[in-house]
Write a protein that binds this ligand. Structure first.
Ligand SMILES: *[C@@H]1O[C@H](CO)[C@@H](O)[C@H](O)[C@H]1NC(C)=O
Ligand SMILES: *[C@@H]1O[C@H](CO)[C@@H](O)[C@H](O)[C@H]1NC(C)=O
Ligand SMILES: *[C@@H]1O[C@H](CO)[C@@H](O)[C@H](O)[C@H]1NC(C)=O
Ligand SMILES: *[C@@H]1O[C@H](CO)[C@@H](O)[C@H](O)[C@H]1NC(C)=O
Ligand SMILES: *[C@@H]1O[C@H](CO)[C@@H](O)[C@H](O)[C@H]1NC(C)=O
Ligand SMILES: *[C@@H]1O[C@H](CO)[C@@H](O)[C@H](O)[C@H]1NC(C)=O
Ligand SMILES: *[C@@H]1O[C@H](CO)[C@@H](O)[C@H](O)[C@H]1NC(C)=O
Ligand SMILES: *[C@@H]1O[C@H](CO)[C@@H](O)[C@H](O)[C@H]1NC(C)=O
Ligand SMILES: *[C@@H]1O[C@H](CO)[C@@H](O)[C@H](O)[C@H]1NC(C)=O
Ligand SMILES: *[C@@H]1O[C@H](CO)[C@@H](O)[C@H](O)[C@H]1NC(C)=O
Ligand SMILES: *[C@@H]1O[C@H](CO)[C@@H](O)[C@H](O)[C@H]1NC(C)=O
Length: 483
């Protein structure tokens, strides 16, 4: 029998998050690898008139509020530097020092010590300092911390929200639930680590507004949230100034990657259908994540990243269908209109949920084959997109924006490639394209899994280490369900 007694004890003991004192911080966590102050799970209790009390099923009696923001923002827009120097980053030739080539395969230079080939960063004996080293680092790790906080709340929320019967009906046994609880607990460690690497201005936990109403929609939402969490970190980790911070972040994102795959398995998806997990610029992840944050505490540290308008994929495959191409064409099989909203699970016919047929069933499983794919090369993909200028994110205090011209291309970002197809415009904010075919190496199809798609005004050539150069050309961003 699944028990959440430890979780319940935590809840009983936890103070209201918004009234909670900041976590105790170490000034320089290097001595302890940033792990000495503990941030435990602190669900939001009632905090004033904007926080209605919601008593959930299942004996979970905390006054946690999950829902939309209903107030008036007191501040708007991304945080800025003292000044902004140019409209975009200029394109430069390769760095003059990027020339090393070793045709012989033997070391070229003197070893600084035995068994120690020359080179590397942080290899010359300097003491590590596990703190962010630039505005880029701060804003990136702060974004990562916003992500860890929502995961901490999200994984716990479903465990508390649904009944044992509902879990069992969705094929989740007590052992599966224990695993999810373990993953939720991992998030408290990740939040602690990132908090310590930022210092006293680290963002705090917020209040969230979730799209799901069934166990399957919760699982599906989690495989999407962990997708942008994982890819959002791969996109910046190798650009960080602090190699020390990157080291610790890599050790946390390695578990995030496992979480993503486990939620895919629990959702009945193919666990892995790509050879490479790709990286996204920070503004892509923030555009998705921010839509699910409704309130943040007073004086919350704000972020510098852009919020792009939403690209609605009207016929995004419903993962709960055994013939996913039967998904409605009008957007009605996505539970809402936010970027990472899950597929509607309570469809009246065509569900694969309780189908015990190889290639068609989609109950929780280590592996599934899709005899009818979620999507396929040549699929006509129907889009609508929002105009910029919408209030989004914490306290509705960020505003969607774009600096791009008229949309002309669809960018498909997955694996090692960013591929474009032409957009056929059918209205002021609607159009379509066809899913392309393309391969990385061998028969490894580029377009697969849960992936970002963007409308752009040009087909700029970018590669995994300079993909953020595309941001000034992005009209809108969406999350595509391929496979
Ligand atoms: C050691 O390496 C770092 C880069 O990792 C460099 O900034 C620093 O100047 C080097 N220190 C010495 C003493 O060579
Ligand atoms: C968000 O709104 C709540 C409720 O009005 C308020 O307590 C909080 O200070 C606001 N947060 C920010 C960052 O403005
Ligand atoms: C927010 O900042 C103001 C101004 O610095 C300060 O007076 C107030 O106590 C802060 N509130 C919280 C909850 O930290
Ligand atoms: C997929 O569905 C669309 C829309 O109903 C249809 O036009 C198309 O023929 C279908 N394609 C396949 C391969 O079943
Ligand atoms: C599916 O669930 C949603 C949300 O609970 C509800 O509005 C809708 O009527 C349900 N649809 C069916 C076919 O049961
Ligand atoms: C699924 O079908 C297989 C083969 O017919 C059978 O052995 C297995 O028990 C079935 N599983 C469930 C959960 O019904
Ligand atoms: C699973 O799919 C692969 C191709 O993707 C196929 O070779 C294999 O036979 C399938 N296995 C089953 C059990 O359907
Ligand atoms: C596009 O916008 C213009 C100006 O707002 C409007 O007159 C026109 O009807 C719109 N066209 C479509 C297809 O919505
Ligand atoms: C995708 O990227 C890989 C690695 O750079 C390259 O070999 C391949 O040709 C690319 N595929 C396409 C269709 O661009
Ligand atoms: C996606 O991955 C699955 C699992 O490896 C594979 O069967 C399928 O053919 C892939 N789809 C494309 C379009 O490459
Ligand atoms: C991105 O990098 C590739 C080399 O990998 C280069 O060819 C391309 O021009 C760069 N794109 C931009 C916009 O700088």
């Amino acid at each position: 029998m699944f028990t959440r007694s430890s979780f319940a004890a935590l809840l009983a003991a936890a103070p209201a998050i918004l009234a909670a004192p900041a976590p105790q911080l170490t000034q320089d966590p290097s001595a302890s690898f940033g792990l000495d102050s503990q941030v435990s799970y602190q669900p939001q209790s009632t905090a004033g008139p904007d926080y209605p009390v919601v008593v959930l099923e299942n004996g979970y009696t905390s006054a946690t509020y999950h829902g939309p923001y209903t107030g008036t923002p007191t501040t708007t827009g991304a945080v800025n530097g003292p000044t902004t120097l140019a409209a975009s980053i200029p394109i430069l030739p390769p760095n003059p020092t990027a020339t090393y080539y070793n045709a012989e395969g033997v070391p070229q230079q003197a070893f600084p010590a035995p068994y120690t080939p020359k080179g590397g960063l942080g290899t010359n004996g300097t003491q590590p300092r596990y703190m962010v080293e630039s505005d880029f680092d701060f804003e990136s790790i702060a974004l990562g911390l916003y992500q860890e906080w929502i995961e901490l709340d999200l994984f716990h929320d479903g465990l508390a929200r649904f009944t044992t019967e509902e879990f069992e009906a969705a094929g989740l046994t007590a052992e599966y639930l224990s695993l999810i609880e373990f993953m939720a607990d991992q998030e408290s460690g990740h939040a602690t680590l990132l908090t310590n690497m930022l210092g006293q201005a680290a963002p705090k936990e917020c209040v969230y507004d979730y799209p799901y109403s069934t166990v399957r929609e919760w699982l599906d939402f989690m495989q999407r949230v962990t997708r942008f969490g994982e890819s959002g970190v791969w996109g910046f980790i190798n650009h960080l100034d602090s190699r020390e911070v990157a080291q610790l972040l890599a050790q946390s994102i390695a578990t995030e990657a496992r979480q993503q795959m486990i939620f895919r398995q629990m959702s009945g998806l193919t666990p892995m259908d790509v050879w490479f997990e790709n990286g996204w610029p920070q503004s892509w992840g923030w555009s998705m994540l921010s839509q699910y944050i409704s309130y943040c505490p007073e004086n919350q540290t704000r972020l510098a990243w852009q919020n792009f308008p939403t690209l609605h994929i009207l016929n995004n495959a419903n993962i709960n269908r055994y013939s996913p191409n039967d998904t409605a064409q009008d957007g009605s099989e996505t539970v809402g209109s936010r970027i990472a909203d899950p597929s509607v699970s309570n469809i009246t016919s065509g569900s694969c949920e309780n189908l015990n047929v190889t290639g068609y069933g989609c109950g929780p499983s280590v592996a599934h084959n899709k005899s009818e794919p979620l999507s396929f090369p040549g699929k006509q993909v129907l889009f609508e997109w929002d105009a910029p200028g919408l209030a989004v994110g914490p306290n509705n205090s960020y505003v969607t924006s774009t600096s791009a011209g008229a949309p002309a291309f669809v960018a498909w970002s997955q694996q090692l490639n960013l591929t474009y197809t032409p957009l056929t415009v059918t209205g002021n904010n609607s159009g379509y394209t066809f899913q392309p075919e393309g391969f990385v190496y061998g028969n490894d199809g580029i377009i697969n899994g849960t992936m970002a798609v963007l409308l752009t005004d040009t087909d700029l050539f970018v590669t995994p280490f300079n993909v953020s150069m595309i941001n000034p050309h992005v009209v809108a961003i969406g999350l595509y369900q391929a496979g």
